[in-house]
Design a protein around this ligand. Sequence first.
Ligand code: TYM
Length: 322
Amino acid sequence: MRVFSGIQPSGDLHIGNYLGAVKQWAATQSTDSLYCVVDLHALTLQIDPATLRTQTDDLLAALIAAGLDPSRCTLFVQSHVSYHAQLSWLLECVATYGELTRMTQFKEKAERQEGYRVGLLTYPVLMAADILLYQTDQVPVGDDQRQHLELARDLAERFNNRYGAIFTVPVGVQPPAAARVMDLQEPTRKMSKSVSSPLGTIYVLDPPEAIERKVKKAVTDTDGEMRFDWDHKPGLANLLEIYAGFSGERPDAVAARFSRYGDLKRELAELIITELAPIAERYRELRASGPELRGIANDGAEKARHLAGATYQRAAAAMGLS
Ligand code: TYM
């Protein structure tokens, strides 16, 4: 079963990315899985070129440190495989302007800036190209990518109906808990790489003291009742989801084991630190070995190029390109 997923090098990896995506990737990876650092996607917002380059390497190292094993899965950088941009164009001529302007993430991001880039609008088409190039069956992602994934499915079906059966129609896979981790200070807002409050986001490479402080200061509520209830107790529900994401339990089962918020927070901080500290250590070792990282990315791109090329050629021929 072919698995593909991607992540933007637009900032440091946080526990939303980890629990929503990367932890599942590491747990289910096989020789048929591809994971991609999507640097082309990062160009949709303002980013300094040197920063983009560094963050791409940082993210490669962080993904390996978090458990991706390049001797099993294929790990590569999107811009190293030119078929992504090429198939994206073909799919832009299948997608409609209307369906792209309806994307929630586009509306939210476009609202926040004047003169936003066209890439911000066409971004989900590039994402569809990423997925469809590899004849992907499953796409493990967090909840915020659901709508983009639906578009990828629509485009695959429309293309297949119009030009012949070229693409596998993919399905999205969400983790059982923590598919949408919220900001610890504003639990009604998603934890994110780009917009976040300093105390609201726990980074995978945060030192233990920072993790302890952030969990301790996380916003809850004043009634003190231990219950898993997103509608009325979002701060607490978020902590219970995060706990469940790390421990593999269910959030309501976690709630049943605790009676005081303080105890929950103390154990949660410990749980997070125990899982993340070895990742931070591996990261530092890997990051110090620059050439090795480049080698891994080059090998990954070569494998990816081979698979992507075959699909691209078929799609292009089906549309009448000679
Ligand atoms: P990105 O880089 O924003 O996030 C990477 C992965 O992390 C998940 N995620 C979260 N999960 C739970 N809670 C959160 N607060 C949280 N924040 C992020 C995301 O759902 C994602 O799985 N468009 C994608 C990258 C992409 C992609 C693809 C993904 C490009 N091409 C093809 C899958 C397949 C994005 O911006 O993810």
